[in-house]
Design a protein around this ligand. Structure first.
Ligand SMILES: *Cc1c(COP(=O)(O)O)cnc(C)c1O
Length: 405
């Protein structure tokens, strides 16, 4: 039998992390227990000394959590994964494990809003320095490196601007300066982008999004490439306590089985929705890595296995028309988050990226009129019809529910 790591991702998604269970169960059982009974006092002592393998307490290790973690490690091509209570708990764990007072972080200026405020508001308090920069140009990254830069942190495509960065080039720059490249791969999932193959040192995800894919769990994960790195991260996570629980692990592991089919369908749908929007007279611009109009279309083709489910656009009528669009749709849900089976639409300047402040949004080119769409797995003609109908109503305020925002 080939190792699960040698199979393509469709097969990995279904079988990784699944073992043999009591009664011949084909799905890992949910061990919904906080603690594990020792056989006798010596057994407990041996477990605590690390002389014998076994479970002690669920914050440290749990079989249901481990089943999910080993699946994610396989999918991302890492040695180990660490399940976290949320994507932000994963971001927090990574910075806690890698940074000390006086260290410097180079962070892409187009990242998840709370990641920005975590770095400035929390890590800033403890003497960590951070620069938010345009990472779409590797030259810019090289220019902004400092002797104390320990971490280069990027999301590609960026949120919500869908600006890309060249992971291979940036990994090279980071390594020449003895810094580590951390990639938040949430927007792509391992189906569409393989950061370890391009030189990244640590990968993290908000599993709330594509990995779980059903908008019913908040969870995160950190994926590492070595046993030593794993031990460091596990110790920190155990001390911080931001671990995932068994039931959410079960749900994520269940969701992951359809990751490949979901993401492929989302890609196909998003491509058609992006083309529709690009051809619509009320749309001023569309940013989608699958369109030739994307300024980094060539990089997208080289680095990603598909353009993804996320689309950014702006209406000719600016944010007033954008509000009418968001209030006029009925299949698209007006909600933040992304990557689930249902299509969503939201307004970053007043929602996901409101906490960043206007100046920082302007630097990151998050305009007030930008509307972000996450395309789901519904029938694509229904999705396009929903948008067409809502766009027809734009500019006629009587039909909109403007007061809702
Ligand atoms: C949602 C998200 C996060 C945070 O994840 P939570 O699960 O909401 O804590 C981090 N990064 C990206 C790119 C996200 O989309």
């Amino acid at each position: 039998m080939r190792s699960i790591r040698q199979f393509p991702i469709e097969t990995q998604a279904v079988h990784a992390g699944v073992g043999e269970y009591e009664f011949g169960a084909v799905v890992p059982p949910i061990y919904q227990t906080s603690t594990f009974r020792f056989k006798d006092s010596d057994h407990g002592a041996r477990l605590f000394r690390g002389e014998e393998d076994g479970y002690i307490y669920t914050r440290m290790r749990n079989p249901t959590v481990e089943a999910m973690e080993s699946a994610i490690a396989v999918l991302e091509g890492g040695t180990h994964a660490l399940g976290c209570a949320s994507g932000m708990a994963a971001v927090h764990t990574v910075f806690m494990a890698l940074l000390s007072a006086g260290d410097h972080v180079l962070c892409s200026d187009s990242v998840y809003g709370p990641t920005t405020t975590l770095l400035t508001g929390v890590f800033g308090k403890f003497g960590v320095q951070v620069d938010f920069i345009d990472t779409s140009s590797p030259e810019n990254v090289a220019r902004m490196m400092r002797p104390n830069t320990k971490v280069v942190y990027v999301e590609t495509p960026g949120n919500p601007t869908l600006v890309l960065c060249d992971l291979e080039a940036i990994a090279d720059i980071a390594h020449r300066n003895r810094a580590l490249l951390v990639v938040d791969n949430t927007f792509m999932s391992p189906v569409l982008q393989r950061p370890f193959e391009l030189g990244a040192d640590v990968i993290l995800h908000s599993m709330t999004k594509f990995l779980n894919g059903h908008a019913d769990v908040v969870a995160g994960v950190v994926v590492v490439k070595s046993e030593a790195q794993y031990r460091d991260f596990r110790r920190i996570l155990n001390q911080i306590g931001g671990v995932i629980d068994p039931f959410n692990s079960f749900l994520v592991h269940r969701g992951v089985k359809t990751l490949d089919v979901r993401v492929r369908r989302q890609n196909e749908n998003a491509m058609k929705v992006a083309k529709f929007l690009e051809g619509h007279p009320k749309i001023a611009w569309v940013r989608y890595p699958g369109l030739e109009s994307h300024p980094q279309y060539e990089l997208a083709r080289r680095q990603m296995k598909g353009p993804g489910a996320m689309i950014a656009c702006e209406l000719t009528g600016g944010i007033t028309a954008g509000r009418a669009l968001m209030n006029g749709v009925s299949i698209f849900q007006l909600a933040v988050s992304l990557g689930g089976v249902e299509s969503l639409i939201q307004h970053p300047a007043t929602m996901t990226h409101a906490s960043m402040g206007k100046a920082q949004r302007e630097q990151a080119k998050i305009t007030d009129g930008l509307v972000r769409i996450s395309v789901g797995i519904e029938n694509v003609d229904d999705l396009i019809e929903d948008l067409r109908h809502a766009l027809d109503g734009c500019g006629r305020p009587s039909e909109s529910r403007e007061s809702a925002i």
